[in-house]
Ligand binder design. Structure first.
Ligand SMILES: *[C@@H]1O[C@H](CO)[C@@H](O)[C@H](O)[C@H]1NC(C)=O
Length: 493
């Protein structure tokens, strides 16, 4: 009996060994073992970014694993990531239902698109957002309007501990939405709040290594169990919500007076005769809605998460908060902050950089996919391979940062007290797919933080025992802070 058992185990191990040795593409980076169908999943631990860091110590700054049948490469070095994302061949997106179902079964729009249509759409959106004030004074004014209303709105929360959960989403989204649809939302728009809540929950649920992404057959077989149903329950109401302004714009459209981004798209659609273009007729209609969804999701969630982490760090380090408030008092005083104050706010700049580094809340970036087989750093990355940049590890590499586990804005300050850039900080990713909204995001973070710190102080619920700075254990594309409350005190300056 025992002999037979040993024999069975031996045969299975041998088969597994042969499978792992022979079914690897040649010159594929070394890495984690896999099983047929489910890939390396049984050998991976959550949270993924931390496990990837352990694995890279064993296998190197570029290593491999399998998610289902998909070969996957994890890159954990800043220069290698920069090099990889310069290559057009490595700038695709994985073929996952999660990325295509939201755009009528096909890759469209900007975030999850690739190839020629992606290049065209990205360029078009960026150019027109700029024309409407993205990165210009108009945008600054729109943000400042939001900042002012938001400061008023926050006053009702002062004095006792509050969970400001999702309060940042709307004001942050509003400025961008103004450019897109020519309107803003009221801070207590209940329908929008419900959608944002669901979108954020979805982001959390969309576990980067989970079933939803990589086992399409499983999501079809067991829509409930796999989480597919929950994941997509939000899509329909969101799309209806986003379609309304498009329909409204159609009714009042005038090619001689393009009011906002939606008008510009409608204009382009009406001019397009090339049947293969993403702007052609019905495709154009789907493109515009996908782009709106992209901007909506990106605009609502990322900056507000940054602000959330900022507050968390401010209440953990009262001396940092005080220093920032002094910097504001010295350089801005009591007037409304503006982007022209930015060069004077060197410590704040360092604080923002450290916040982005320390939170690293998009720990594995948004993964890429190889469109062609390429040679890279002595290895071969076959077409169809997923590529994860482990940004978290880049931001916590001891060889680079010395004491990465300490929250220390001063690491970004030089001997003259000026902000000092570090090329290993890449929270917006790098290369051709670098976050399209980076400059808008930076403007928003700056204006919101200065204005809030000018008018309020932030304290923990229990004096002397601030909330944990560790992210919540829930995996996902975006790491959220743990639940915490903050006490707002109004300041007079
Ligand atoms: C930050 O996020 C946590 C977790 O979702 C929440 O409990 C907290 O209220 C948020 N804080 C702020 C200031 O938004």
């Amino acid at each position: 009996m025992i002999l037979e058992l040993v024999l069975v185990v031996a045969v299975i191990s041998l088969l597994l060994y042969l499978f792992n040795e022979n079914c690897r593409p040649s010159k594929f980076p070394p890495g984690v073992w896999r099983l047929p169908v489910i890939g390396s999943l049984p050998f991976l631990k959550m949270p993924l970014h931390e496990h990837f860091t352990t694995l890279s110590k064993k296998y190197g700054k570029i290593f491999s694993l399998y998610i289902g049948n998909f070969p996957t490469v994890v890159i954990s070095d800043a220069n290698m990531i920069r090099e990889a994302f310069k290559l057009d061949a490595l700038n695709g997106r994985p073929d996952s239902r999660v990325f295509t179902e939201r755009s009528w079964g096909k890759k469209r729009g900007i975030i999850f698109n690739e190839g020629k249509d992606w290049t065209e759409q990205r360029r078009f959106a960026l150019k027109n957002l700029r024309d409407f004030g993205f990165g210009k004074g108009t945008m600054e004014q729109l943000i400042l309007d939001e900042v002012c209303s938001f400061r008023e709105y926050l006053k009702k929360f002062t004095g006792s501990p509050v969970s400001l959960n999702r309060e940042f989403n709307l004001p942050v989204l509003n400025a961008l939405w103004h450019l897109i649809a020519g309107e803003r939302f009221s801070f207590d728009d209940q329908r929008l709040r419900a959608i944002i809540k669901k979108l954020v929950d979805n982001f959390k649920a969309a576990d980067a290594g989970g079933a939803i992404f990589f086992f399409p057959w499983f999501t079809k077989l067991a829509p409930k169990l796999s989480g597919w149903e929950a994941f997509f329950s939000v899509l329909k109401p969101t799309m209806t919500f986003l379609s309304e302004p498009v329909d409204e714009h159609r009714k009042t459209f005038n090619p001689d007076n393009l009011r906002d981004l939606i008008d510009v798209y409608l204009n382009e659609i009406s001019k397009t005769t090339d049947k293969t273009s993403g702007f052609y007729k019905d495709d154009g209609d789907k493109t515009i809605k996908t782009v709106m969804l992209d901007l909506f999701v990106a605009g609502a969630e990322t900056v507000s998460t940054t602000l959330n982490y900022s507050l968390l760090y401010l209440i953990n380090f009262p001396e940092v908060q005080e220093k920032l408030q002094k910097e504001i008092a010295t350089n801005i005083g009591s007037k409304l902050p503006s982007l022209s104050d930015r060069p004077k706010m060197q410590y704040l700049e360092a604080f923002i950089a450290e916040t982005l580094r320390y939170s690293s809340f998009v720990p594995n970036g948004v993964f890429h996919c190889a469109l062609e087989t390429v040679e890279f750093n002595g290895y071969v990355i076959p077409k169809g391979t997923n590529i994860f940049p482990n940004l978290w590890q880049v931001h916590f590499d001891e060889a680079v940062w010395g004491d990465p586990k300490n929250f220390r804005p001063d690491r970004f300050i030089d001997e003259n007290g000026h902000y000092k850039k570090n090329d290993n900080l890449m929270p917006f990713s790098v290369g051709k797919r670098v976050c399209l909204g980076e400059s808008l995001a930076r403007d928003e973070i700056f204006l919101f933080l200065t204005s809030l710190l000018q008018k309020f102080s932030f304290e923990p619920e229990v004096k002397g025992s601030p909330p944990s700075m560790e992210a919540s254990k829930q995996g996902g594309l975006i790491l959220q802070p743990q639940e915490y409350k903050v006490v707002l005190k109004e300041r007079t300056v």
